[in-house]
Ligand binder design. Structure first.
Ligand code: ADP
Ligand code: MG
Length: 644
């Protein structure tokens, strides 16, 4: 990956010098990180049909910059010295055909500029780069998810200039780029700290010079920004264009859905609509306001190992941090939004947050509100809830596994794919459909519901109309055995132990294997055991199969097959345990083999069949055959005999 920092080259068009500031010097030209160039290209050509959002992004950055300085000034008041009235000014210059967005926030120095405006410096960089496909349409939707922020200015601009000075430093810098592969940095002049972004509009974008249009855009997208945003023609009178109060401090009844949505886009850096919005004020022993959102799509970094929440902590309207706040448990980390506490001190540190009774109370308050809302949705808006569950169910299940005190509520909320329905079902649905004589909740776990639904192990259940839950999140293999029982009914994996289907009513009972067939197949079973030796734990007839000839199951006390595979994949386990090979007494092949074994228990065809059947069962399990050469040899032999 090209790193702008290490690849400065002499400026082609450079040579600009500052007009007599403290730091005279040449402009230097630096290349954007290679992937940045691609991103810029996509932004410029195909990103949004709504170009208006560039203004929202630049204002949002100014607001963040003011927030950051206000927070830093709590411990270092000198940083904001002389100017603690944070504000954002949008100025139009009709002659120059430019639009500039200026703030008195934290500003940037030279290194900041290179790191922030030369590379994709966000936490998702790696994920983003991995996911780029080269297909413009797919990449566009991907970038939508990551948010392009600052670079969206190139949708409307030929050139963007950023003049900035970092709070507490004397030098100012001018960053300038046409968004085509490189940018220049030169020393500059700026009165006071902060940043001014000047957008040189493309031909045909003069609409963005019209005051009414701009004020409409600010009202629509940036009304919630808690700093005044003024609008002016260069040299003219400035007028405030937004309400300028923190949205969460305003009464719910005065806030429109659009305003909530825009706030969500700003705070969550997400481009979708919120799936749900929770806005409340808790008063009493502790006093805090929360404005929280559940996104309607999965954030790209949901399964990063840190499992960090992104909910931002404010104390008395001042932004404190969005890292390690302890406000949200890891299993609710998909929540986005803010919490504003009246009780925490403004200078609260991360260490203080970790085991703080106020944080703990806020956290349990949030958990309660969120679960109340989810239960309500599960009850009254089943379809919407299913969509939510599809996105975030796997995260909530981590809470079950980790033994959250809300575990029982979470288990009740859990939804599953199942053999009984195309949609998602709950455990209560399942219990309501249990057959007479059935007292266990049957499930099978694997990588995806579609292939699980075709597993040989569930054929017998299907034939009897017994529902089987299809579990496809890796965490299922951990929480289900751990919870063990739901409302007195034990969970039971259909890939384990002897499933006694004969007790359960329904299906074609007369077909169940009886003592007679068992006796008839005894020589075959014995011959197969002999042929397979240590490769299997046992060979036995089974009533769990209808169409397939064979399947593998785990012994009663053994580890579930899918769990074992997960552990092996993560190198937590070196060796697979031997499995039980079950054969289907009703299958034509097994019947024929049974006959052959009764005639001659040592027949070569029986031995070959034993190996081939084991390999078949392994393939159905998604495992490789034991020995490919051996498999090919036996297969050819049996086929040749069949043709001969
Ligand atoms: P994001 O806002 O999601 O971090 P952006 O592309 O919008 O991404 O901005 C990139 C970075 O550039 C910001 O994180 C910030 O560090 C810096 N930046 C952009 N605009 C400003 C500004 N007005 N003041 C200070 N820093 C800024
Ligand atoms: Mg931004």
């Amino acid at each position: 990956m090209a790193d702008a920092k290490t690849k400065p080259k002499k400026s082609a068009k450079g040579g600009k010098t500052s007009k007599g500031g403290k730091n005279r010097g040449k402009a230097e030209t630096l290349n954007f990180q290679a992937e940045m160039s691609r991103l810029l290209d996509i932004v410029a050509h195909s990103l949004y049909s709504e170009k208006d959002i560039f203004l929202r992004e630049l204002i949002s950055n100014s607001s963040d910059a003011c927030d950051r300085l206000r927070h830093a000034a709590l411990t270092e008041p000198d940083l904001a010295a002389g100017d603690a009235d944070y504000r954002i000014a949008v100025t139009v210059d009709r002659q120059a055909r430019t639009l500039s967005i200026a703030d008195n926030g934290v500003g940037m120095n030279r290194d900041d500029l290179i790191a922030n405006l030369g590379t994709i410096a966000k936490s998702g960089t790696a994920a983003f780069l991995d996911n780029l496909t080269g297909d413009a349409r797919k990449d566009t939707s991907l970038i939508g998810q990551f948010g392009v922020g600052f670079y969206s200015a190139f949708m409307v601009a030929d050139r963007v200039d950023v003049t900035t000075r970092r709070a507490g430093e004397d030098e100012a810098w001018l960053w300038s780029s046409d968004g085509k592969g490189s940018f220049t940095i030169a020393p500059a002049e700026r009165e006071g700290r902060g940043t001014t972004v000047t957008v040189h509009l493309h031909d045909g974008e003069d609409g963005f010079l019209a005051r009414d249009r701009l004020s409409g855009i600010v009202k629509r997208y940036s009304d919630h920004i808690p700093f005044p945003i003024t609008l002016a023609e260069s040299g003219g009178e400035a007028e405030q264009a937004n309400t300028g109060a923190a949205l969460w401090t305003r009464p719910k009844s005065e806030i429109t859905e659009d305003q909530y949505r825009e706030f969500y886009h700003h705070v969550a850096h997400m481009a979708d609509d919120p799936w749900t919005t929770l806005h409340f004020h808790a008063e009493g022993v502790i006093d805090y306001r929360a404005l929280l959102f559940v996104p309607s799509t999965r954030p790209f970094d949901l399964f990063q190992p840190e499992r960090e929440s992104r909910v931002k902590l404010y104390v008395k309207r001042v932004f404190i941090t969005d890292h390690e706040t302890g406000l949200v448990p890891p299993w609710l980390r998909f929540l986005r939004g803010i919490v504003d506490s009246e009780d925490l001190p403004l200078n609260v540190s991360r260490e203080m947050l970790q085991d703080n009774p106020v944080t703990a109370k806020i956290r349990s308050g949030i958990v309660k509100r969120v679960l109340d809302d989810l239960e309500n949705k599960a009850e009254n808006e089943a379809e919407a809830f299913a969509a939510f569950w599809t996105s975030f169910g796997a995260v909530l299940k981590e809470g079950i596994y980790e033994g959250a005190s809300e575990r029982d509520r979470l288990v009740k909320l859990a939804r599953f794919r199942s053999t009984a329905s195309d949609g998602l079902v709950s455990l209560d649905d399942y219990i309501g459909r249990m057959k007479k004589g059935q007292d266990e909740i049957y499930y099978i776990s694997g990588d995806d519901a579609e292939s699980l639904a075709k597993s040989p192990q569930i054929e017998g259940f299907r034939a009897k109309g017994v529902e089987v839950l299809l579990l496809c999140d890796p965490v299922d293999d951990f929480w289900v055995p751990m919870v063990g029982v739901y409302e007195t009914r034990p969970f039971k994996s259909v890939t384990r132990g002897g499933a006694d289907l004969s007790k359960i009513e329904g299906g074609e009972k007369e077909d169940a294997p009886d003592d007679k067939t068992a006796a008839e197949l005894a020589p075959l079973v014995a011959a197969m055991k002999l042929a397979l030796g240590e490769q299997v734990k046992d060979v036995r007839t089974s009533d769990r199969l209808t169409d397939s000839a064979v399947c593998l199951v785990a012994g009663e006390g053994d580890m579930d097959i899918h769990l074992e595979r997960i552990l092996r994949a993560h190198k937590q386990l070196d060796q697979a345990a031997a499995r039980i090979l079950e054969i289907n007494p009703k299958h034509a092949l097994i019947k024929a083999l049974g006959k052959a074994a009764r005639a001659d228990g040592k027949a070569a065809v029986v031995e070959d069949a034993a190996h081939l059947l084991l390999d078949q069962a392994r393939l159905l399990e998604g495992e490789p055959v034991t020995d490919p050469t051996d498999f090919a040899r036996r297969m050819s032999k049996v086929m040749t005999a069949g043709l001969g």
